[in-house]
Design a protein around this ligand. Structure first.
Ligand code: MTE
Length: 296
């Protein structure tokens, strides 16, 4: 039997969102299943330019410099692309990207993107909800987490020669986080196919979590029972936890998370206050009863 989240689409109606003006003003992108929300969102969140979005990146497989991905990611072969889906699913297998995503709605989601390094952008993604993909492969009842893996191609990725993190890059979500309608698989930006430096051809976007949870160029998705290891937790568990929810009250051990530098705002612009869950208050119920200073 497939996994059933404890909310339905009716519980997350656009009405509850437009009634909450404060949340919209705060820039929470809301649940954009409602096309009526889009004009309001576009007004409140001004996306960064494509130039900014594609020239200030973290994709360590191509180097650790912010401009390295733009310089080197062109070498990545993205066609053909296949994704191996396994673990606790009804329909495991290696799917071509086209087969796996066939029939999935491509829509625009303008999301705030908050990096753990305390900078932020607003990005208009195209993609579909991860829950659509999970429903297609049939999540079995024992599954509690989703594990993701990035391609590892030393011949195409100059950065993997350096052991800055353990390769391949891996990430994970709890199943209810993965099923949440805000969680998307992005295949494009500004209506164009995903630029390689941003994780072509397909990447995860979880707007209430720090950017590093948004794993790029995904080749494996596994449904598992145990909490999967994640690249940054493996690299430094004291500094990076599994949850990595944007939280201005829990500082990174080496810097504050209370404010953020807005990319594109200019060097003299004031830093912006960081919002709990990056402003996406509707996910708070996922963490009820959890001590978020412990589960950071
Ligand atoms: N995915 C892979 N495979 N490798 C990476 O180095 N960096 C992460 C995340 N996904 C990373 C990755 C980090 S730290 C951030 S902030 C975002 O990608 C950056 O996404 P962007 O370059 O599209 O803004």
């Amino acid at each position: 039997m497939g996994y059933k989240p404890d909310y339905t689409r009716d519980d997350v109606t656009p009405k509850s969102l437009w009634l909450n003006r404060r949340q919209i003003f705060a820039g929470a992108a809301g649940l954009a299943t409602a096309s009526m929300m889009r004009p309001a969102l576009a007004q409140e969140l001004t996306p960064n330019t494509l130039e900014e979005i594609t020239n200030y990146n973290n994709f360590y497989e191509f180097g650790t410099g912010k401009e390295d991905p733009a310089k080197y990611a062109d070498a990545l072969t993205i066609d053909p692309w296949s994704i191996e889906v396994g673990g606790l699913v009804d329909n495991p297998g290696t799917y071509s990207l086209a087969d796996l995503t066939d029939g999935m709605t491509i829509e625009e989601r303008i999301y705030r993107f908050r990096c753990v390094e305390a900078w932020s952008m607003v990005i208009p993604w195209n993609g579909f909800e991860l829950n659509q993909l999970l429903e297609k492969v049939g999540v079995q009842s024992g599954a509690k987490y989703v594990a993701f893996e990035t391609a590892y191609r030393p011949e195409e990725m100059p950065g993997v020669r350096f052991p800055v993190v353990e390769w391949p890059y891996v990430e994970g979500l709890r199943l209810d986080e993965a099923m949440h309608p805000l969680t998307i698989m992005a295949t494009g930006i500004y209506g164009e196919p995903m630029p390689k430096q941003n994780g072509a051809p397909i990447r995860l976007v979880v707007p209430w979590k720090y950017g590093f949870k948004s794993i790029k160029s995904i080749v494996k998705i596994n449904l598992v029972e145990e909490q999967p290891p994640t690249t940054w937790e493996k690299a430094n568990a004291r500094e990076y936890g599994f949850y990595s929810n944007v939280n201005p009250t829990v500082d990174h051990p080496r810097w504050s998370q209370a404010t953020e530098r807005v990319i594109g705002a200019g060097i003299f612009a004031q830093r912006q206050e960081t919002l709990m869950f990056n402003g996406y208050d509707e996910v708070a119920s996922l963490y009820e009863g959890m001590d978020l200073s412990k589960f950071f």
